[in-house]
Design a protein around this ligand. Structure first.
Ligand code: SF4
Ligand code: SF4
Ligand code: SF4
Length: 401
């Protein structure tokens, strides 16, 4: 299980699509952070796996002292109890500096950087509180991050008014040397038929690029294609990868209240989505009810052949778009259909060609290790980072830096 720590609700940006508009707060205290860590140990007491912490916001780098405190506390816990922790941070990057970069390298904190691709796309929505665009501030930080940590993920949000830049943006990010590109659709936006047609066109071109880059033996990861390719290969077992709302991960707000995922802290501690508090633990009845609700068969999906491979159990997206856990929005459904068809086309083409990198990536469980060894032999800076740290995010709803 991993734990997403919403360290603060404050942010130094005002992205127009942020689902949890920032507000000034003190953020999580050291005392609450201590309680959070005790809670993670109680939850994982029968399990010796490393405990995952995700530093999230608002903008988590506004609470960098608290991040240092938490990491120091986890080291103390390791010395005393031999329990391991691993860390990720999701940030808009504007406060990323040499000091934090060095700290992140020392403690292997994986960094997910929010950059919506090329300037025209990024500047449309990602702004400062006074309305100024942020590309010119974010890009040098992103460049520095990739130079130091080439395995970092980049999160790019796709909107109806930026969808025309999708292919150019991914080409730009991959061209910069980024290996992990995580695309998230702004499902809440007003997508018209024309926008969706453009989205399908852009994805179609991206699928062609995916094939071309694989033929060139280039290493990259583009979500959500990879997820859909994996679900095709998993066949009957694909359903195992479906989200278990509040089971594999929980979100903890700055006051220590527990929620099933990142969308829900904004609903507040009195809402039906609050699972409890880190002092008292998770109310299993509430967790089970929410998990069952989000897993209940959706009316519209009853006869759909794609249901095993569809992301229709994502409680966050369903709540964000339909204000229920039991329905899927038409845009979400349409998006799933287009992605699955394109992923299958990519898979069929590269499988028929016996593309070495494609076969390795999707059929060889040792691929991350072998890829790392290969990078080391070539002296690539990417080899400085572990390829085994699970830096393969699922699609992520948009906030948290
Ligand atoms: S593609 Fe649409 S109808 Fe089919 S399972 Fe997904 S959400 Fe349901
Ligand atoms: S984002 Fe969606 S799929 Fe991922 S853990 Fe949260 S609810 Fe589940
Ligand atoms: S999307 Fe992230 S960076 Fe933008 S305002 Fe929201 S929390 Fe801040």
């Amino acid at each position: 299980m991993h734990f997403t720590l919403h360290l603060t609700k404050a942010c130094n940006c005002r992205c127009s699509y942020c689902y949890a508009p920032p507000r000034a707060d003190e953020g999580m205290t050291e005392e609450t952070a201590r309680q959070v860590l005790e809670f993670t140990l109680r939850v994982n007491q029968d399990n010796s796996d490393s405990i995952g912490l995700v530093f999230f916001g608002g903008e988590p780098l506004l609470k960098r002292d608290l991040i240092r405190f938490i990491v120091a506390e986890t080291q103390r816990i390791y010395r005393e109890k031999k329990r391991h922790f691993h860390y990720k941070i999701t940030t808009n990057g504007l406060l990323l500096d040499e000091d934090f970069l060095e700290f992140s390298l020392r403690h292997n904190i994986l960094v997910g950087f929010s950059l919506d691709g090329i300037r025209q796309s990024h500047d449309r929505h990602r702004k400062l509180p006074d309305g100024r665009p942020t590309f010119d501030r974010a890009y040098p930080k992103f460049r520095r991050l990739l130079d130091a940590r080439p395995y970092s993920s980049v999160f790019a949000t796709v909107n109806p008014d930026t969808v025309e830049y999708l292919v150019d943006s991914v080409r730009f990010l991959i061209g910069e040397g980024c290996r992990y590109v995580i695309l998230s659709l702004n499902y809440e936006a007003a997508w018209t038929e024309e926008d969706l047609a453009e989205l399908e066109r852009q994805y179609g071109r991206l699928a062609e690029l995916y094939i071309e880059w694989s033929r060139e033996d280039r290493k990259f990861y583009i979500s959500p294609f990879e997820m859909k390719l994996a679900s095709h290969i998993a066949g009957e077992h694909a359903v195992k990868d479906h989200c278990e709302l509040g089971v594999r991960q929980v979100s903890i707000d700055p006051e220590g209240y527990i929620f099933p995922c990142v969308q829900f802290p904004a609903t507040g501690p009195q809402s039906r989505f609050c699972l409890g508090h880190v002092r008292t633990g998770i109310d299993e009845t509430v967790r089970q009810r929410l998990r069952d609700e989000s897993h209940a068969e959706k009316q519209v999906c009853r006869k759909c052949a794609l249901s095993r491979r569809c992301h229709n159990t994502c409680g966050c997206l369903n709540w964000q778009t339909t204000r229920t856990l039991t329905q899927v929005s038409p845009v979400h459904c349409r998006h799933e259909q287009m992605l699955i068809a394109l992923a299958d086309r990519i898979g069929a083409t590269l499988y028929a060609e016996r593309s070495p990198i494609f076969l390795h990536k999707h059929y060889n469980t040792a691929y991350p290790i072998l890829s790392l060894l290969e990078d080391q032999m070539r002296g690539s800076p990417a080899a400085e980072e572990s390829a085994t740290t699970g830096n393969s995010e699922n699609e992520r709803p948009i906030a948290g830096g």
